[in-house]
Design a protein around this ligand. Structure first.
Ligand code: TXA
Ligand code: MG
Length: 313
């Protein structure tokens, strides 16, 4: 189907992707149409071995090779200079391409069988959270694509780290499962996201990862956020709010979803919980934030983008 220019939803170790032949502009245009994705937001190109890099990049900077050796296959995507063969549709006109070598066996088997690099954004409708189960893909895309490969729940549950290797200093454009601490073990001068670099990852400017119901995110220590959420619920009533929490005691509320306190355990459950919490009777979802360190950086990045208001306590 990929070789025929059709779209296939498939699992990766981070989230489900919506794949098309990266070298086929017509197929790639279908991805934007089906997801309703802004056409200025480029796609990640997935490869199943290092040889395939030649098909999409003009060259591979030395620094990128260091990161590849350390983290590929795995949840790290690298911004590299694109070559002329890769259609501009895939990179939304950019002269760079984001390449990822996933480690999920089904993703690798699909790319190998297709015999071509596969362009794939997350397999959700634009504006929804990324799918971590095949049922999420069905909810968003059923009837719009001919095939969804179901491999159950996903290991990481947050999208890959996007690292720009075309700049003087390697720069994280999107935090993810590979943390800044891990990247700095390979190249100590690696920089993390700045306001300027947010603009360079075109997808980061869109407010997405958001359920229908507005979210208020509480940021602060576990004690302070628990107290603030408790007061909010006491004031406005418990029936119209949904509480996503990890510390304190909200288990007796009618609409509450408990997440693990450990961020590495919480990450794979986060998007599923956000989808589940998106119930019609809710007027607002209250979320207890995590400390922004290690995996907490990526979690808080997604929650901040999903939130319509943030309360610092
Ligand atoms: O884990 C993942 O990365 C998943 C799985 C399916 O591999 N894919 C994914 O793709 O999250 P997507 O399209 O939802 O996010 C890609 C991000 C966007 O923020 C996009 O703007 C950025 O990467 N990006 C893509 N090409 C870029 C480029 N040439 N320069 C800078 N940022 C780029
Ligand atoms: Mg996405």
């Amino acid at each position: 189907m990929i070789r025929d220019g059709k779209l296939v939803a498939f699992p990766t170790e981070t989230v489900y992707g919506l794949g098309a032949d990266a070298m086929n502009p017509k197929a790639v245009r279908k991805i934007f149409k089906v997801k309703n994705r802004p056409t200025d937001n480029p796609l990640i190109v997935h490869v199943s071995d290092l040889k395939q890099l030649k098909e999409v990049t003009s060259h591979v900077p030395k620094v990128a090779k260091l990161f590849m050796n350390a983290f590929w296959p795995g949840p790290l995507s690298l911004v590299l200079p694109k070559n002329k063969l890769l259609p501009s549709e895939t990179t939304a006109g950019f002269d760079t391409v984001v390449v990822r070598f996933p480690k999920h066996p089904v993703a690798l088997a699909l790319i190998k069988a297709a015999g071509t690099p596969i362009a794939a954004p997350s397999a959700n409708l634009s504006g929804k959270v990324s799918p971590t189960r095949a049922t999420h893909v069905i909810d968003d895309l059923q009837g719009k694509i001919p095939l969804i490969i179901d491999s159950g729940e996903i290991e990481y549950g947050l999208e890959s780290t996007v690292l720009d290797c075309t700049t003087l200093v390697p720069t994280v454009l999107r935090p993810g499962s590979v943390t800044i601490e891990e990247l700095r073990k390979i190249v100590p001068k690696t920089e993390t996201i700045s306001l300027d670099s947010i603009k360079r990852a075109p997808g980061m400017k869109y407010r997405h990862y958001a359920p229908e119901v507005p979210i208020t995110l509480f940021v602060g220590s576990p004690q302070n956020t628990a107290k603030a959420i408790y007061e909010y619920v006491k004031e406005r009533g418990q029936d119209s709010v949904v509480v996503l929490w990890h510390s304190g005691d909200f288990a007796s509320l009618p609409n509450n979803y408990r997440l693990p306190t450990n961020t590495y355990e919480a990450a794979p459950l986060l998007f599923h919980t956000l989808r589940t919490a998106d119930i019609p009777q809710a007027k607002r979802i209250l979320i207890q934030g995590y400390k922004a360190e290690e995996m907490g950086v990526a979690i808080m990045n997604r929650l901040e983008k999903a939130a319509s208001s943030i309360v610092y306590v």
